[in-house]
Write a protein that binds this ligand. Sequence first.
Ligand SMILES: [Fe+2]
Ligand SMILES: [Fe+2]
Length: 303
Amino acid sequence: MVNPVFPFIIAHDLRVARKRWVRMALNILCIGDVVGRPGRDVLADHLQEFIAARSVDLVVCNAENAAGGSGLTPQIFTKLLTYGVDCVTLGDHVYRKREVVSLLEKSDQVVRPANLSPAAAGKRWTVVQTKSGMHRVGVACMLGQLYMGSNDSPWATIDRVLSEMPSDVKVRVLDFHAEASSEKMAMGWHLNGRVSVVFGTHTHTPTADARVLDGGTAHISDVGMTGPYDSVLGRRKDRVLTALTTSMPAHFEIARGDPRMCGILAAVDPVTGRALSVERVEVRGKVHEGGPYDSDDGYKNSR
Ligand SMILES: [Fe+2]
Ligand SMILES: [Fe+2]
């Protein structure tokens, strides 16, 4: 005989299980500036395995240096998505490759810096789905003002962007692409409790200050680049030293050695949007055969 209480026990357990599932944190991986072929190769080799090993729900990736070290092309964008990237952010090199304009106008998985002219091509913010399709995340990027040129106020811009995003999208991620650590840290405090993850990019050098601020915002001043670290910010160190020590021009070719993927992994409560934890991520890759450019870069290998 069937116990009449049994169906209620099952229903109760399902409710509890669903509640627990809903409360499960989202793991959001934010990756810094992908530099050329070495950076792309690290992602091709390691991103999928990292996503599986760490149960990553969403990958946000700054790709302003992905094509030949400066800019982004639609072809490289498509490849980044196949490697596991869900949303691409950009920086001061946003329009370096002209073909990016059509991509910026079409795709919902890429944003341009929000504090450019209103006439600039591309979306100021977007909402993307997590890999499971169960959650939505708002994503934007902005440029700093200190040592970065005359961009619109990032402070007023992000306030406007947040007010424009759907109010039910609680999980929000900002890539703050800026030079000065003071400005980046201040942006973390400005958005404390209002944005889930604020990660800095642009300097290509990782900082050791990843933390969750008291309002529930995961913050780091700079995640560092995804590219060759045997270099000066991704470029051949001999070329940079020649330019700096002789005042003579030198072609800043992309370096090859010691490629790494750098970023942060933040756990975020999908209901409140509050970050629960954050850690730095650094995955070492290998140097591939051939030069630092391939056909995607539109360059011939050179020495
Ligand atoms: Fe930059
Ligand atoms: Fe960069």
